[in-house]
Design a binder for this molecule. Structure first.
Ligand SMILES: *[C@@H]1O[C@H](CO)[C@@H](O)[C@H](O)[C@H]1NC(C)=O
Ligand SMILES: *[C@@H]1O[C@H](CO)[C@@H](O)[C@H](O)[C@H]1NC(C)=O
Ligand SMILES: *[C@@H]1O[C@H](CO)[C@@H](O)[C@H](O)[C@H]1NC(C)=O
Ligand SMILES: *[C@@H]1O[C@H](CO)[C@@H](O)[C@H](O)[C@H]1NC(C)=O
Ligand SMILES: *[C@@H]1O[C@H](CO)[C@@H](O)[C@H](O)[C@H]1NC(C)=O
Ligand SMILES: *[C@@H]1O[C@H](CO)[C@@H](O)[C@H](O)[C@H]1NC(C)=O
Ligand SMILES: *[C@@H]1O[C@H](CO)[C@@H](O)[C@H](O)[C@H]1NC(C)=O
Ligand SMILES: *[C@@H]1O[C@H](CO)[C@@H](O)[C@H](O)[C@H]1NC(C)=O
Ligand SMILES: *[C@@H]1O[C@H](CO)[C@@H](O)[C@H](O)[C@H]1NC(C)=O
Length: 571
């Protein structure tokens, strides 16, 4: 009996195994059909993954982008970044019973996301970000296993189904930003997601204040609310967010001071609260010694830049322009790491420009426009070959320009306008191969304009006005084929206007007024095809105005206070 029962049982379980296996086989063939349907629903604009989706020589588990479990059932579809177009057949995809990961980020998919998504109940990971979907995100309350939900920048509109989040207690990453969602405050449902380490809600129409409940999300490493319409103060409950690595609050209407609790954010590396209405000083940032990028431009911040920032060992980007900051900058600022840029323009900063921001040889932008900096341009920047923008206008700088500055090989703008700077432009300028704009007006510069200026072949604008330059204008300037603006007024240039200037085919604006130029007007100027503005007043030019000038189409011509004779051409 017992052995009969045993063999019966054996038979029975064999049968069960058999039927299970045949069930599996049929599920597997269904899964093949589902994937082939997916393949035919989507098109690829390059030959990519789908070339391996060929059932004649390969099982679905070997299709590129497909992962299976030990039963050879599909658990993951990873097809991000594949130039896929078409609409997603979610009705069939979500029939894959073991599917845990669905990743279609960065493609060209369109159309709606349907309720069928709810049948993907085992999903841990859903990435539909960076596509061109339309319509709202449907209710997805049955996706209770989700840990990663990326829907950012994908065209979703309407109300987001915030309530669905109540069932996703294990959610670790939530990215909904860059979608034209309907206006909404930060819902409580988000504040219950205590496992979150990533919350991206920028540029998706979030309104109102940051709720105090944010303090419960202690695991957050990244919090982004930028480009919304948010108001109120930054809550003190930020004290709990000790793991924050990045905090993005820019372009809202936040008010008040940086809260005292900021001193707890010791891991903070990237902080951007630019374009708000923040006031008070920066002293609460003294303890965020790991800051890599600090951006607080366009606020109403006052007080001094804390001395501690000069010791921040990782700082590479500092942008504090358009505030009301006073006092000097810490002199060692930017000297420790591979510094990238500083922009502290439009403040009331005093003292010297910190000298060592290019110490690691990586600095690209030095922007300190419209402050009250004093002292000389630090000599170190003369060897900062990475500099692209060097702008220090409207300060109280004095001394001479370190010669190498003129020849910075990658600089496309050098702007020292309206300071108290003296000395010459040196022949180094021949090395300034990228220089498009040379703005040195309104200083006390002197000497000749070096012939070598013709080496700066990218020059579009030269403004030397209101200085004490003297000597001849070099003929070599005619080699500057891109030169559009040449402003030399209010200097002491002498000699004649070089004939070669007529070769500057791009010239639209020529001002040499109020110098000591003499001799006749070269007729070559009459052939400048795009000249619009010509001011040669207050010189000692003589002779007749050449006939060639009649082909110019000027909107301004000032030849007054010279010694010209004869008629001005009719046109
Ligand atoms: C299957 O065969 C096709 C053409 O016969 C080939 O292009 C493809 O690479 C093969 N797939 C695999 C996974 O070997
Ligand atoms: C946007 O989605 C992608 C996934 O496609 C994700 O890697 C990225 O982190 C998301 N962006 C943000 C800012 O959360
Ligand atoms: C600022 O945010 C608003 C949305 O609140 C957006 O429309 C605007 O383009 C953003 N401004 C900038 C400069 O990004
Ligand atoms: C910003 O929010 C306020 C209410 O807080 C609303 O009156 C205003 O229209 C919103 N602005 C935009 C651009 O959405
Ligand atoms: C900036 O702060 C000053 C007081 O320090 C205040 O008068 C002014 O209204 C504020 N400006 C803005 C835009 O908040
Ligand atoms: C610094 O700013 C530059 C230019 O805006 C940017 O390319 C770079 O990624 C920034 N670096 C960091 C660490 O934020
Ligand atoms: C000419 O330049 C001198 C300074 O070089 C200045 O004092 C004078 O006002 C200028 N004249 C005109 C007419 O602009
Ligand atoms: C030409 O330049 C002189 C000197 O800077 C200036 O006084 C005069 O107004 C200018 N002429 C015109 C028409 O702008
Ligand atoms: C102007 O020209 C006349 C002769 O044409 C000459 O006598 C006079 O010295 C010239 N004046 C100036 C300021 O160059």
């Amino acid at each position: 009996m017992s052995s009969f029962r045993a063999s019966c049982q054996h038979l029975y379980s064999s049968l069960r195994l058999l039927s299970f296996l045949s069930l599996l086989a049929s599920v597997r063939s269904d899964e093949l059909q589902i994937l082939l349907k997916l393949k035919s629903a989507l098109q690829q604009s390059n030959t990519g993954v789908f070339s391996t989706w060929d059932p004649t020589n390969s099982s679905v588990c070997h299709f590129a982008g497909i992962t299976c479990n030990s039963n050879n059932l599909v658990t993951e579809i990873e097809l991000s970044n594949q130039y896929l177009t078409g609409t997603l057949p979610l009705d069939s995809i979500c029939q894959l019973q073991s599917l845990e990961k669905l990743s279609f980020g960065v493609n060209l998919l369109h159309g709606p996301i349907t309720q069928d998504l709810n049948k993907c109940v085992k999903l841990h990971y859903l990435d539909l970000a960076n596509n061109f979907f339309t319509g709202p995100v449907p209710d997805i309350s049955s996706l209770t296993e989700l840990q990663y939900l990326h829907l950012n920048n994908s065209g979703f509109s309407g109300s987001f189904p915030w309530k669905s989040l109540q069932n996703m207690k294990g959610l670790i990453r939530l990215s909904l930003g860059d979608n034209p969602l309907s206006p909404s405050p930060i819902p409580n449902d988000v504040l219950q997601l205590t496992k979150l380490d990533w919350l991206y809600l920028s540029n998706c129409n979030i309104q109102g204040t940051i709720p105090a409940g944010i303090g419960t999300l202690t695991g957050l490493i990244n919090l982004e609310f930028a480009d919304n319409n948010m108001t109120g103060e930054i809550p003190t409950e930020f004290a709990n967010l000790v793991n924050l690595w990045q905090l993005e609050l820019y372009n809202n209407s936040f008010t008040g001071k940086l809260p005292a609790s900021f001193r707890n954010l010791k891991k903070l590396e990237n902080f951007d609260a630019s374009k708000n209405l923040l006031e008070g000083d920066l002293s609460e940032l003294r303890f965020s010694t790991n800051l890599v990028s600090l951006q607080l431009y366009k606020n109403n911040l006052t007080g001094q830049v804390p001395a501690e920032l000069g010791e921040f060992k990782k700082l590479v980007n500092l942008s504090l322009y358009e505030n009301k900051l006073t006092g000097p900058l810490p002199q060692k600022i930017g000297s420790w790491a591979k510094f990238d840029f500083i922009d502290v323009s439009d403040n009331f900063l005093t003292g010297p420009i910190p000298p060592d921001m290019c110490k690691q040889g990586t600095m690209k932008k030095l922007l300190v426009l419209n402050n009250r900096f004093t002292g000389e341009i630090p000599a170190n920047y003369a060897t900062c070959s990475t500099l692209i923008r060097f702008r220090v206008p409207n300060n109280l700088l004095s001394g001479t320009v370190p010669a190498g500055i003129w020849g910075l090989p990658n600089a496309n703008i050098i702007d020292i306008t309206s300071n108290n700077i003296q000395g010459p432009i040196t022949p180094d300028i021949k090395n300034a191969k990228s220089l498009g704009q040379l703005f040195v007006g309104n200083n006390r510069l002197s000497g000749q304009l070096p012939t070598e200026i013709s080496g700066a072949t990218s020059l579009v604008s030269i403004e030397l006005n209101d200085n004490q330059f003297s000597g001849n204008i070099p003929s070599s300037i005619g080699e500057l084929k891109q030169l559009s603006y040449l402003r030399l007024q209010n200097n002491k240039f002498s000699g004649s206007i070089p004939v070669a200037l007529g070769s500057c085919d791009s010239l639209t604006d020529l001002n040499m007024a109020n110098n000591s130029l003499s001799g006749e007007l070269p007729s070559s100027l009459g052939s400048l095809p795009t000249l619009k503005y010509l001011n040669l007043s207050y010189n000692q030019l003589s002779g007749v105005v050449p006939k060639s000038f009649s082909s110019l189409r000027l909107s301004l011509l000032d030849l007054s206070h010279n010694n010209f004779t004869g008629p001005v051409p009719h046109s």
